[in-house]
Design a protein. Structure first.
Lengths: 311, 345
């Protein structure tokens, strides 16, 4: 377990009413609670490249209407950074979420996930459906449909190359040796909208809050070492997620940017269809609708949560 | 007066609020476009006091207040107009059409046309001259005045607008010579201005030669967009200002270098003594706002103007020339607090 000096945090619109840690198998998970409304909205972590501040544009608004619980996924923020890949398997994140719900006396919640968080959210909704009132998926990860694959998905991930340019920066060795450049590459892929200098800077700040070792552990957790490229992994993992999604009973909402080059619009569309949920397709938006178009997303979240709560 | 038709306008972005009323006032054949927003607020807002947001330099138009309009229109009746030379207002020819008197008269005509007896008047940059004149010369129409980033050279400073001497100059050598002479004069008479915070920040963003090169009629005719991008880069020195710069450059492109040249060859600068005299005649509550990092109209100008008005200056740390454009929340709260405190309705 290693710790990193954290950069000075920007001022927040709202500070948590309660915060604390839960521990599972020696790994500490940091959580925050905002507001006192009903029901609780659980803002899930995503890939450990970032932490719970990805929700900074949601928390203050949602907390006016509901109770908001969020936590730093293992590997970043104020949570621990275990070394072994097994600690980053999807079920670990899902169980962290249940542990945080227990610690905050949250019987059930509407879960909101983005990107990699799709997996933890689906596991939660299927394994303990009584605790998930509804599930929102924003830019959901690799899902069933694998075409058309983006360039980075076909890049040789495990191969050592002479040089790393363009999509080939999606590479284990590049991540280890040029972590900051990798984070910049990834951030630019996720946030293609103009006027995103601050969101890009912020993703980089969060990425630098963890280490390349942690990031590589998250890849090994999904057996990236056994495949040639992400496309191959997605073909496999996507089907697994689909089997879960078909068992989801709660109401769902998928929010998807039509310019998302990280998690493809086809994925979002398929997940909405398979779960019988609504699809909010956002034109001109990339992989971070909640970060880049918070007003529209917040209104949709509020409307969904209110509807689920009334049901 | 020869009135050139406004050029084709860029497709406008969606707005947070659309005007409830709009129209034109006409003076000497020059039409000025105005918009009125009625209070839409929650608690039976009276709309009083009405707020008149003045135009600024005709390099921009009334959308410069887009961070203010929707929020203030929840409680107040809000009036904005495009200054002659940009937006949907006419673009008369010749410097005479852009003298202070014309903008002040346009403002009064807009107040008349919208049935506004009195208003809180808010001006930024060039517009602060018109705010000051309205408050001093037409006190019966002005309930309070707010002045942000005053473009009134109260202290000698080397800044992008202090290069009037080079505007008509042609040839690099002549430009450099004029600029050097100006700097030399400043070194002799006001050496401290060259080591001020403003001078330090300015040095990070541009250099004296660029100022002379860019603030030049010939340059505008050759590379107007280049000038706009350079200038608004100095207006918005804050990081992450790409959107504000893009907006402002777009507004600048809605007029022409010739029109813009006309606006700065009249009485473009208000001299210090006239400004002091005007300040002495102001009786309404006044608020002066500055950005600590403003290098277009240095904080020293705002401080001196506030002093002349017998007021404190409200300084925003980390802000450049456009506090309302770049820091609308802070600006709006300060303006509302001022109105609540100083204006009895």
């Amino acid at each position: 377990v290693s710790t990193v000096a954290r950069p000075r945090e920007a001022m927040r619109a709202l500070y948590p009413d309660d915060e604390g840690y839960v521990e599972r198998d020696g790994v500490s998970i940091f959580y925050e609670v905002y507001g006192t409304g009903e029901p609780t909205v659980l803002l899930l972590p995503t890939w450990s490249l970032v932490h719970s501040r990805v929700w900074k544009a949601q928390i203050a608004y949602l907390a006016r209407h509901f109770r908001v619980v969020t936590f730093d996924g293992r590997g970043n923020g104020k949570s621990d950074r275990p070394a072994e890949p097994a600690a980053y398997e999807a079920r670990e994140f899902a169980h962290d979420a249940f542990a945080v719900m227990d610690a905050t006396a949250t019987e059930a919640a509407v879960s909101v996930s983005t990107s990699a968080g799709t997996a933890w959210s689906l596991i939660m909704a299927v394994t303990q459906p009584e605790r998930v009132l509804g599930a929102v998926f924003i830019g959901p990860t690799s899902y069933a449909v694998t075409e058309p694959a983006q360039g980075w998905m076909r890049a040789p991930f495990n191969e050592r190359l002479d040089s790393y340019e363009g999509d080939n920066r999606y590479n284990r060795h590049f991540i280890r040796e040029h972590y900051r450049e990798f984070a910049e590459f990834w951030a630019a892929l996720c946030i293609p909208e103009p006027h995103s200098t601050r969101p890009l800077e912020f993703v980089l700040e969060m990425a630098m809050d963890t280490t390349p070792e942690v990031i590589l552990a998250t890849f090994d957790a999904v057996r990236m070492d056994e495949v040639q490229s992400a496309a191959e992994l997605f073909a496999r993992g996507g089907q697994r997620l689909r089997r879960l999604a078909l068992q989801v009973k709660c109401p769902t909402l998928v929010v998807q940017g039509d310019q998302d080059h990280t998690c493809l619009p086809e994925w979002g569309r398929a997940l909405a269809e398979d779960t019988g949920g609504e699809l909010l397709m956002m034109p001109g938006v990339g992989h971070s609708p909640h970060g880049r178009k918070p007003v529209r997303v917040n209104l949709a979240l509020r409307e969904f949560v209110e509807r689920v709560a009334q049901a | 007066v020869i009135v050139a038709p406004p050029p084709e306008r860029a497709r406008e972005q969606s707005r947070a609020r659309y005007p409830d009323d709009e129209g034109y006032v006409e003076r000497d054949g020059v039409r000025t476009f105005y918009e009125v927003y009625h209070p839409s607020g929650w608690q039976a807002a009276t709309g009083e006091p009405a707020i008149l947001f003045l135009p600024s330099w005709s390099i921009v138009h009334s959308r410069l207040w887009k961070g203010q309009i929707a929020w203030f229109a929840r409680r107040h009746r809000v009036i904005v107009f495009d200054g002659r030379g940009n937006g949907r207002s006419d673009r008369p020819n010749g410097p005479a059409a852009y003298r202070d008197h014309e903008f002040v008269s346009d403002a009064l005509a807009v107040l008349d046309a919208t049935g506004t007896e009195r208003a809180a008047v808010v001006g930024i940059s060039t517009g602060t001259r018109w705010a000051l004149r309205l408050a001093a010369e037409h006190p019966e129409r002005v309930i309070a005045q707010v002045i942000a980033g005053p473009s009134i050279a109260m202290t000698p400073t080397l800044g992008p607008k202090s290069v009037g001497a080079t505007f008509e100059a042609t040839g690099r050598a002549r430009l450099a010579w004029r600029m050097a002479r100006g700097m030399l004069g400043l070194v002799v008479t006001h050496p401290s201005s060259l080591v001020s915070r403003t001078a330090r920040i300015t040095a990070r963003h541009t250099n004296p030669f660029d100022m002379a090169r860019m603030f030049n009629r010939r340059y505008w005719q050759e590379d107007y967009r280049g000038f706009l991008e350079w200038f608004f880069g100095l207006v918005f020195v804050e990081p992450h200002s790409t959107k504000q710069i893009e907006d402002a450059v777009g507004w600048g492109l809605e007029t022409t270098p010739d029109v813009l040249a006309d606006t700065i060859t009249g009485d473009y600068f208000l001299d210090r003594d006239t400004a002091r005299d005007l300040c002495a005649r102001v009786s309404c509550p006044s608020l002066v706002i500055t950005g600590e990092d403003d290098i277009v109209t240095p904080p020293a100008w705002a401080a001196a103007l506030a002093q002349a008005l017998g007021r404190e200056v409200l300084s925003f740390p980390g802000c450049g020339h456009s506090v309302p454009g770049r820091h609308p929340v802070g600006f709006n709260l300060a303006l509302r607090e001022f109105l609540d405190r100083e204006v009895a309705v």
